[in-house]
Every structure is written in structure tokens, then in C-alpha cells.
Design a protein around this ligand. Structure first.
Ligand code: 3HC
Length: 302
């Protein structure tokens, strides 16, 4: 294990302990996968109530995993759940959680200032060898990193929902990210059982830069009266082999997230038709119909 940087040989940090800031869907999912692969995890959020919910989410998702993995050995399955949960601790104090960790990964609100404030604070408290990473879906990693003094130890680590199921991680190095940091993030992704791809620090990396305009095009097609939501979803599932159609997937991701990404990109590139506003999306978000998590989005949920 290489902890810290020596002047003679700088090697990739082996990530054993990870601090995840943000106990939402993404943060909980990442915590689950890291804990399942033998990492010590501290999950951080602002209140004990939120953290209790996050642990419940992890437990529920682990039970779905073991139902299949230990189909005929329920006792071994329960043992596995308890063993994984033991690897997860929680904290409402990000500062103390950042001390003695190898990686701080944030999955908090998509707001540049909030992310910068968080990392600027933790930069003063975390050990020198600790790598910082963001799970941002649309913001610039360089912009987030600029609030810290560890530009060489900062990168993007972008997961997909549902994290326990989706095999991909996008690993993003900026022009200042060191090769050692990039290697550590690639290795960590592989240790989690994921397949990493290397991305440049461009809006949406690879997946969201292709997926979000596709989803938006589906809204526009529907708004023009060229297909019902149901037919568009069936068409893309059965005609293109996607596991979910664009409307179903939007509800799954969260319409607020999609709107946030599009609004941000439109500011950067106002005339790009791939980012043109959708009245339907704006209306649903204004009504608080944000998808599965609120019980209604394009579709209604029980
Ligand atoms: N935890 C554990 N297991 C899960 C799970 C979770 N959260 N979600 C699904 N599973 C597993 C379970 O084993 C489940 O079986 P169960 O219902 O008996 O427990 C099994 O998957 C099958 O699930 P479903 O029957 O609910 O449905 P599907 O077969 O359609 O699979 C899916 C679900 C994996 C979510 C699939 O529909 C899919 O791949 N959808 C597309 C997801 C996608 O595109 N995600 C990327 C979004 S973009 C993003 O995240 C980036 C961000 O920056 C915006």
C-alpha cells in the first residue's frame, strides 16, 4: 500500500477506505458496491435521519442482490448482508470523515458553488495522499477542483443508476490530474467490479452527452404529436434494444436532474438544438412531478 507521496517514486494510491458524501440514490449505491467489494466506507450526509434512510436503501438493495446470488442458501445470504453492512459507517460530519480516508467521493446536489465549498473545506482536513473525486453528471471537474490545492489528486468518477446493476464508471482526469491519481481511480473502479472508461473533462462526459440529447429529442417528437409516450418507449425497447424507453428512463433518473443538466448546458451553448427547451419537461418539473421518486412524472407510480 502506498500512502502519501515520496519524491523518489510516486505510485498510485490503493484505495481501501472511501468517504462518500451524499446519502441519496447515487451515494448509497456507490457505498453499497464499495462495501460489497471489501472497502471500508463512511457515508456522510447532513442528518442522522437521512443516513438511516440511506442504510435502509442499501439493505433493501442488498437483499435484492442476495435473493438471486444466494437463491437456495438464505442463511448465507443474510450473513452476506450483515457482513457488507459492517463495512459501512455513517457520519454527519464530513470534516472528520475526511480524516484518514484514501478517497473522498461526492454525490451531492448538482451545484458548482456547493461542491466547491465542500471540497475547499475538506482540502484543509484530509490527509495529503487523499484523492478527491466528484460524481457530477454535468459540471466541469476542473471548475470543482479549482477550490482545492490538490489539483493533481482530483478527478471525476461518474456512476450510473442503479449503481449496483450498472457496470460502467466514467473516469475523468483533467489536464492537472496526475497519472497516479488517474490510475488509482481506474483501479478502484475495477475493484468495484465495474468497467471503467476514460473521459475528457467535457460536459456530460460520454454517456450523458449522448443520452440527454436523445431523451430530449424524444420529448420534442412527442410534443410535435409524432408519437405517444407509450409508443415511443415500446419502440425504443423493442426496436433498439434499450432496457427502458426515454420517458420511463427520464422518470427513473428524475426530471429535475434532466432539466438541471439541460439548463446548464444551454447557458454554455445557447444555440445548440440538442439542448433546446422542452415545454413538457418544464411544466412537469414546475408541478413537482419529478418522476418515480415523487410518485409521478411522465407516468404515475404506486
Ligand atoms: N439494487 C439491486 N438490484 C437491483 C436494483 C437495485 N437498485 N435494481 C434492479 N435490480 C436487479 C434486481 O435483481 C431485480 O430483480 P428483483 O426485482 O427481483 O429484485 C432485477 O435487477 C431486475 O429488475 P427489474 O425487474 O425491476 O427490471 P429490469 O429487468 O428492467 O432491470 C434496470 C432494471 C437494471 C434498472 C434496467 O431497466 C436498466 O438497465 N435500465 C436502464 C438504466 C439506465 O439507463 N441507467 C442510466 C441512467 S443515466 C445515469 O444514471 C447518469 C446520471 O448522471 C443521470
Amino acid at each position: 500500500i502506498c500512502r502519501g507521496f515520496s519524491s523518489s517514486a510516486v505510485r498510485a494510491v490503493v484505495i481501501k477506505h472511501v468517504t462518500i458524501i451524499g446519502g441519496g440514490q447515487m451515494g448509497s449505491g456507490i457505498a453499497q458496491v464499495a462495501a460489497s467489494t471489501g472497502h471500508s466506507v463512511t457515508l456522510v450526509d447532513t442528518s442522522e435521519d437521512i443516513l438511516k434512510k440511506s442504510v435502509k436503501t442499501i439493505e433493501g438493495s442488498l437483499r435484492r442482490v442476495v435473493k438471486k446470488k444466494f437463491a437456495d442458501k438464505p442463511e448465507a445470504g443474510e450473513e452476506y448482508v450483515q457482513k457488507v453492512l459492517k463495512n459501512v459507517s455513517t457520519s454527519s460530519d464530513a470534516g472528520s470523515a475526511a480524516q484518514g480516508t484514501d478517497l473522498v467521493l461526492e454525490a451531492i446536489v448538482e451545484n458548482l458553488q456547493v461542491k466547491q465549498d465542500l471540497f475547499s473545506h475538506l482540502d484543509k482536513l484530509a490527509p495529503a495522499h487523499t484523492i478527491f473525486a466528484s460524481n457530477t453528471s454535468s459540471l466541469s471537474i476542473s471548475d470543482i477542483a479549482s477550490s482545492t490545492s490538490r489539483l493533481d489528486r482530483f478527478g471525476g468518477l461518474h456512476f450510473f443508476n442503479p449503481v449496483p446493476m450498472m457496470k460502467l464508471v466514467e473516469v475523468c482526469g483533467t489536464s492537472a490530474t496526475s497519472q497516479e491519481t488517474f490510475d488509482s481511480l481506474m483501479n478502484f473502479s475495477k475493484e468495484l467490479g465495474k468497467t471503467p472508461v476514460s473521459c475528457k473533462d467535457t460536459p456530460g462526459f460520454i454517456v450523458n452527452r449522448l443520452l440527454v440529447p436523445y431523451i430530449l429529442e424524444a420529448y420534442h417528437l412527442h410534443e410535435r404529436g409524432h408519437g405517444s409516450k407509450e409508443d415511443v418507449d415500446i419502440a425504443m425497447k423493442l426496436g433498439a434494444g434499450y432496457p427502458m424507453g426515454p420517458f420511463e428512463l427520464s422518470d427513473y433518473i428524475g426530471l429535475d436532474t434532466i432539466k438541471f443538466i439541460l439548463d446548464g448546458w444551454r447557458v454554455m451553448d445557447p444555440n445548440n438544438p440538442s439542448f433546446a427547451p422542452s415545454e413538457l419537461l418544464n411544466k412537469l418539473v414546475a408541478e413537482g412531478k419529478l418522476g418515480k421518486k415523487t410518485g409521478e412524472g411522465f407516468y404515475k407510480y404506486k
